[in-house]
Each structure stands twice: as structure tokens, then as C-alpha cells.
Design a protein around this ligand. Structure first.
Ligand SMILES: C[S@@+](CC[C@H](N)C(=O)[O-])C[C@H]1O[C@@H](n2cnc3c(N)ncnc32)[C@H](O)[C@@H]1O
Length: 259
């Protein structure tokens, strides 16, 4: 099964997504269809005392859609994989939670996001976090190497969500967990929205109908334990907002476990 929209050109889509998040890394104050930065993070529920411990430049390029680290409850010494790590805000927070005996790997396909997060890790002398170039559908990590997989605002951007959840199940040790925030819809999106590469790159066009999203997670052998809607998240452009209202596009956070 693939969730790829029927007439979507996936190569064009990848270029559009990379271009969008290159801008988020390099020009975080530019106007996007979505919010970025510290005010967004705080509204979503990230404690300001945690944000105070991070490099400000990681927060300025934050483009996540919800808070989910309470669901992840990362303990000292744990191994964590961040799929679509962007400029690294969640990756660095996971690094603080897992501590010197833990290890966090962030994976992203956009060079500018990767160089920014790598630079910030080096400047901050963060020893337990590393970033790797790769795709979330086939992340460059071994099997069963992680206690927890996290992801924020990324899986909706993938044209093959079942492949992403299969990769999550492969990366997790038995008993390991997936905690994420993402965008889903109440109603199936019509082709006009789903095949619009610009709305896709803005985290709307690729959003999956929520029952199908749950089925894709369960189809990979993961059991969903918690699911909540994040009413604090909103899109900012009028075009995005229309689609949001019409098709019930919402942010959710969830916790799932590999039995
Ligand atoms: C909405 S941003 C979120 C970044 C980060 N998680 C955050 O909360 O700020 C999406 C990120 O996912 C990356 N991305 C999108 N699709 C990807 C894919 N198929 N494989 C790897 N990275 C991907 C983009 O490069 C971008 O950095």
C-alpha cells in the first residue's frame, strides 16, 4: 500500500519540501504558511525553562506542530531517534533528557537543516547528539537500536507513510515507543489539495485521513496507547486556513509502542 497521491510528482515534491525547509533553516523570520520559532513552541506547550537550555538558533527554526515530549518521557541513558530533525530543537531536548549516558540521532534530508543542527551541536559541545543525512522512509540506523523514536511535523510530508512506520518499527527495540506530533485530517483531502506541492510542503497536502493514519501505524505492528488533538496549532496563510476548515486538518500528538 502506498499513500502517494495519484498524480503527485514525488521528485518535484521532494525538491519543494527541501526548498521550503532550506528557507526555514536559513531565513526563519520569512513568511510561511505556518508559524515557526519560540512563540510557537511555547504556545504548543514546550516549557520555557527547557527552551532556555537550548541554542536560540535551534528554536528560531522550530517548525513543529505539537508538543509530545511528555508522552515520550525520555529517561536518562535512553537511545532516541528523531525523524526529520530539522534544525534540532526536539533532538537537543531529547539529548538533555537522555543525559550523558544516552544517545540521540537526528535524521533529515535537507542539507541546510543538517548543517545548522550540526553546527549548533558542535558550538554547544553537545556530545550525546548526532545528525545524519537520510530519508525517514529508510533512516540510516541499525535495527532495534532505539528505546524511543520521536518526530514532529514530518511524517505528513512523506509520500509513503507505511514505509515510515515500518522503519520506525524496525528501529525500535521490542517494548520501545514512538512519540510524535503530526498533521492529520478528518476528511480525505481532494486531489486538488493533495496534489498541490506547495500545500504539501506546508504540511497540509500530504496529511492523511486520521483513521488511515492509525491503520498505517498499527499495520507496522505498533500499538497506539495515546492520541490527543493539539488545538493550539494553527496555519497562518488564508489558503492554508481554508483547507484546514474545510477538511478538518488538525495537529495530533500520539504515543505508540512496539510490543
Ligand atoms: C516541518 S519540518 C520539522 C522539523 C523539526 N522536526 C521541527 O520540529 O522543527 C520538516 C522537516 O522534515 C524534513 N523532511 C521532510 N521529509 C523528509 C523525508 N522524507 N526524509 C527526511 N527528512 C524529511 C525536512 O527537511 C524538514 O527539516
Amino acid at each position: 500500500m502506498t499513500t502517494m497521491a495519484r498524480t503527485l510528482d514525488t521528485q518535484e515534491l521532494e525538491q519543494r519540501v527541501k526548498h521550503m525547509y532550506q528557507e526555514v533553516a536559513l531565513q526563519p523570520d520569512a513568511e510561511f504558511h505556518f508559524e515557526t520559532g519560540r512563540a510557537l513552541a511555547e504556545r504548543l506547550g514546550y516549557p520555557s525553562e527547557d527552551l532556555d537550555r537550548l541554542p536560540a538558533a535551534a528554536i528560531e527554526s522550530f517548525a513543529g506542530v505539537g508538543h509530545f515530549l511528555d508522552l515520550a518521557s525520555i529517561a536518562p541513558g535512553e537511545t532516541v531517534l528523531d525523524l526529520g530533525s530539522g534544525s534540532g530543537m526536539d533532538t537537543f531536548l531529547a539529548g538533555l533528557a537522555s543525559g550523558p549516558d544516552g544517545r540521540v540521532v537526528g535524521v533529515d534530508m535537507t542539507d541546510e537543516q543538517l548543517s545548522k543542527s550540526e553546527r549548533l551541536a558542535a558550538e554547544g559541545n553537545v556530545g550525546n547528539v548526532e545528525f545524519r543525512r537520510g530519508y525517514i522512509e529508510a533512516p540510516p540506523v541499525g535495527a532495534q537500536g532505539f528505546d524511543c523514536v520521536i518526530s514532529n511535523g514530518v511524517i505528513n510530508l512523506s509520500p509513503d507513510k507505511p514505509a515510515v512506520f515500518a522503519a520506525v518499527a524496525r528501529a525500535l527495540r521490542p517494548g520501545g515507543r514512538l512519540a510524535l506530533a503530526d498533521i492529520v485530517t478528518k476528511d480525505e483531502l481532494p486531489e486538488g489539495v493533495a496534489c498541490d506541492a506547495s500545500l504539501w510542503a506546508a504540511c497540509i497536502g500530504g496529511a492523511m485521513q486520521r483513521d488511515g493514519y492509525r491503520e498505517a501505524i498499527e499495520g507496522a505492528g505498533l500499538q497506539i496507547e495515546e492520541w490527543r488533538e493539539n488545538s493550539e496549532y494553527r496555519f497562518v496563510s488564508e489558503r492554508a486556513d481554508n483547507a484546514v476548515r474545510k477538511y478538518g486538518v488538525t495537529s495530533i500528538s500520539l504515543l505508540a509502542r512496539r510490543p
